[in-house]
Write a protein that binds this ligand. Structure first.
Ligand SMILES: Cc1cc2nc3c(=O)[nH]c(=O)nc-3n(C[C@H](O)[C@H](O)[C@H](O)COP(=O)(O)O)c2cc1C
Length: 162
């Protein structure tokens, strides 16, 4: 079964995902990846937060999350449709605030559609978005490197919350 068919319905939305209680806040990290870069970024920041990054293709349930870090790549200038479908399933009772981290080879694109969907759902989204150098073929093929991952961690630790 393809990735697009695996998600919805398998894990009920509302299940609490592993998260850290820090300053009375529940934090979660989710990602979607085609070539592994977003997973690397998500794992780096989740490790720093002492939580597990959840793969959106496994349709993780979300409940009562104060800050949701969403990590995703750009394909043809856009987010993956599976990412968009998942984000459409989130509402403001599940997530208070979101922060976007984007992996992109040109560094010219952001997760604009994700941001707009969340905004329309009255979920606060940090105006700051971390755009990480991605790789495609020979372009940027060593990215994300350790310095990129350190920068992603610094972004998160820097309190880049909405
Ligand atoms: C099918 C495909 C299409 C892509 N299209 C773009 C694009 O339009 N603009 C861009 O800057 N990068 C593009 N990229 C590069 C990805 O954004 C980059 O490799 C990113 O790191 C992928 O993240 P991921 O490894 O989490 O999937 C594309 C990559 C793939 C595989």
């Amino acid at each position: 079964m393809g990735r697009g068919h695996r998600g919805r319905g398998q894990t009920p939305i509302g299940m609490t995902i592993p998260a850290k209680e820090e300053m009375n806040m529940k934090i979660a990290v989710i990602y979607l990846t085609k070539t592994g870069h977003s997973r690397k970024i998500a794992n780096a920041i989740a490790g720093e937060l002492n939580i597990h990054a959840e793969d959106i293709s496994m349709n993780p349930g979300i409940a009562d999350v104060d800050i949701l870090y969403i990590v995703g790549g750009i394909y043809g200038g856009k987010s993956d449709p599976i990412m968009i479908e998942y984000i459409k399933g989130i509402d403001s009772t599940m997530v208070k605030k979101a922060v976007l981290l984007t992996s992109c080879v040109s560094k010219k694109f952001k997760q604009d559609e994700v941001r707009e969907i969340l905004r329309r759902k009255n979920i606060e989204v940090s105006s700051e978005e971390f755009v990480c150098q991605g790789g495609l073929g020979f372009i940027g093929r060593k990215h994300p490197n350790s310095s990129d991952l350190e920068n992603a961690i610094a972004f998160v630790k820097g309190g880049q919350t909405p």
